[in-house]
Design a binder for this molecule. Structure first.
Ligand SMILES: [Mg+2]
Length: 262
């Protein structure tokens, strides 16, 4: 399973770092990937920040810019809207920086009678946005969410993410999203492979969540590695699993020398 891997697609929260702290062996892992001539792309469902903000965060943690690329569910959501809902007016729930990303991409944002309501992880969310989105969903707007995670891991503990908001809107309006873009939907991984020019068997996806990272790999026919440094405990791992389970990406760094060949 581990032979000839060239593209290492890694989750960030709970896999590479937790909050503002790098997890054990993360730097070794990133360095090893470069040593064997591989590519490391961080794929995150967190849509509260732009790729630029993640790049800055990783640089501040001491990770050299030449070691990685970043791909977010927010970017994938923009791409989905441009491909599948071209010209649609959008009521967007997002942080100001991610809102700018949507505007720069040419998506038309409106505050009245939108064609679509788009939900991303908005850490600036207030009641007016919740009220407006609920009213637009009741009126029949198309409904797109950037990803399904119920919680975002932080140093203080898990806090409500887009999946929890989806439940709120379902309770209030009965609506569930027409499309949920991020992991585990295989299309986000397929878009990434296409953009970077790799075949599924040249890639491995690494993450700490069974229902997003690992499920995404299985659905997209990409080998998956579960790390136990984040949300998943050993007891949660199903008995007959079709993926590798390791403590942290530092263990993978050790395996790359012995097992991987490019
Ligand atoms: Mg994670």
């Amino acid at each position: 399973m581990l032979k000839n891997k060239k593209l290492f697609i890694s989750d960030m929260d709970g896999t590479f770092y937790l909050g503002s702290k790098l997890l054990t062996g993360s730097l070794d892992f990133a360095t090893k990937v470069r040593e064997i001539g591989g590519k490391l792309v961080f794929l995150t469902n967190n849509s509260s920040r732009t790729p630029e903000e993640y790049i800055r965060k990783l640089l501040n943690m001491g990770i050299d810019r030449s070691l990685f690329e970043v791909y977010t569910s927010g970017e994938a959501t923009i791409r989905f809207i441009k491909e599948h809902c071209s010209g649609a007016s959008v009521y967007l729930i997002a942080t100001p920086s991610v809102e700018n990303l949507f505007i720069e991409s040419g998506i038309r944002l409106v505050n009245e009678r939108p064609d679509a309501v788009v939900l991303t992880y908005d850490t600036t969310l207030d009641y007016a946005k919740i009220r407006n989105a609920a009213l637009f969903l009741r009126a029949g707007a198309k409904y797109i969410a950037s990803h399904p995670d119920f919680n975002c891991p932080t140093e203080l503990g898990p806090i409500p993410d887009v999946g929890s908001l989806i439940k709120l809107f379902e309770a209030s309006t009965g609506r569930v999203p027409d499309h949920i873009i991020g992991k585990p939907d295989p299309s986000i991984l397929e878009m990434l492979l296409k953009d970077y020019g790799f075949y599924p068997d040249e890639c491995v996806i690494i993450g700490d969540r069974l229902y997003t990272d690992i499920e995404c790999g299985l659905r997209a026919n990409v080998d998956a590695i579960l790390v136990l440094s984040g949300e998943t405990t050993p007891e949660m791992v199903p008995e007959n699993h079709e993926f590798l389970v390791i403590d942290n990406v530092g263990v993978l760094a050790g395996m790359i020398t012995e097992e991987f060949a490019v």
